[in-house]
Design a protein around this ligand. Structure first.
Ligand code: SF4
Ligand code: SF4
Length: 334
């Protein structure tokens, strides 16, 4: 994108009490607030809080669907719009509600929920914080792999859309059987949070119950191998995806969000024209690139329009604002 001409710098008053007071600034940071917000939503989505606070909680979900990753397989109250879309289609219904929510939220807030609300995004941020460094990918490879998530979302829609049409015309049951676990949606079958908050806790609870009632004579090699043998191929695939997700997040910040996430792919389209965006003050900016170094999505901030930038990959996490020593960046609405 072309850079717009930078306006002339204004002459500043440099002496006097008013000028001195003006220079005393208490700087606020976004990251503590964002971490608290992310943690709160993480507990809500993962169901950890609900399960421990209400022992009788039976996994009933609320009607709330949001443009984040929150698998229907997890013990959460809130569902991802992507999972809701595939479940609507699986039942031969057009997904007006989840699609509408994505478009409305995207038009106003863009990918804000990726940066502040999504539990899978939060997990990756925690991994990057533990690592203590925001690594980047070679530019050409990064731009190439960004396309992967769009290909995956098209594949997910092809699978669920064709099943939806088959169900609508009353010939869906054989097709559903032939799709196997993919009938619930490509991403319902593989998302790491479904494994972490749904599949694995269920397996652990089963093992815990077994260990609670087992006699020492039950703990034989034969029983243990039969227990392992009952774990399905899909569950093993889920575990592999989960381990791969953690490793990838360790190597590359927000790997899943950059290259894989279907919700991120759809919201990236809305982010381009969302009311909420970012602004860079070209007078304060010394082009030190601290913001680009801190950006988990590798946005080329200095190449974008300073008045307002809405890069499709920007998750509005505000890490660049916190990193900027000159205080040149700020959110911009509208
Ligand atoms: S792109 Fe990342 S933050 Fe956004 S919905 Fe997907 S996993 Fe969550
Ligand atoms: S440009 Fe700033 S707000 Fe956008 S993703 Fe990068 S660090 Fe976050």
């Amino acid at each position: 994108m072309e850079k717009t001409r930078v306006p002339e710098a204004k002459t500043e008053q440099t002496s006097g009490l008013r000028a001195r007071l003006g220079r005393i600034k208490v700087r606020g940071y976004y990251w503590p607030v964002r971490t608290i917000v992310q943690l709160g939503f993480f507990i809500l989505f993962s169901g950890i809080g609900i399960m421990s606070l209400i022992p009788a909680f039976n996994g009933t979900r609320s009607w709330i669907v949001l443009p984040i990753v929150s698998s229907v397989k997890s013990q959460a109250q809130v569902t991802s719009t992507m999972d809701a879309i595939t479940l609507f289609l699986e039942n031969g219904l057009f997904p007006w509600l989840p699609l509408g929510i994505m478009l409305v939220v995207g038009a106003i807030l863009g990918r804000f929920m990726c940066g502040w609300i999504c539990p899978v995004g939060f997990l990756q941020d925690v991994i990057t914080s533990v690592k203590g460094r925001v690594d980047s990918v070679e530019k050409r490879a990064h731009l190439y792999w960004i396309r992967l998530k769009y290909a995956l979302v098209v594949l997910a829609f092809l699978i669920s859309g064709s099943l939806g049409l088959a169900v609508y015309y009353g010939v869906g049951s054989d097709y559903r059987t032939s799709l196997g676990p993919l009938a619930d949606g490509l991403f319902v079958a593989i998302t790491p949070d479904g494994t972490l908050f749904g599949t694995l806790p269920a397996i652990l609870a089963g093992s815990w119950r077994f260990l609670g009632t087992a006699q020492s004579s039950d703990l034989t090699f034969g029983n243990l191998s039969s227990w392992f043998g009952h774990i399905s191929a899909l569950t093993w695939l889920n575990v592999v995806v989960l381990v791969g997700f953690v490793y990838a997040a360790w190597r590359i910040p927000r790997f899943w969000c950059r290259y894989v996430c279907p919700v991120g792919a759809i919201m990236a389209v809305t982010q381009k024209n969302s009311l909420l965006g970012m602004h860079r003050d070209p007078i304060k900016c010394s082009e030190c690139k601290e913001c680009e170094t801190a950006c988990p999505m590798q946005i080329p901030i200095l190449d974008l329009d300073w008045k307002k930038f809405n890069d499709s990959e920007c998750i509005l996490c505000m890490a660049c604002i916190d990193a900027c020593p000159a205080g040149a960046l700020s959110p911009k609405f509208p």
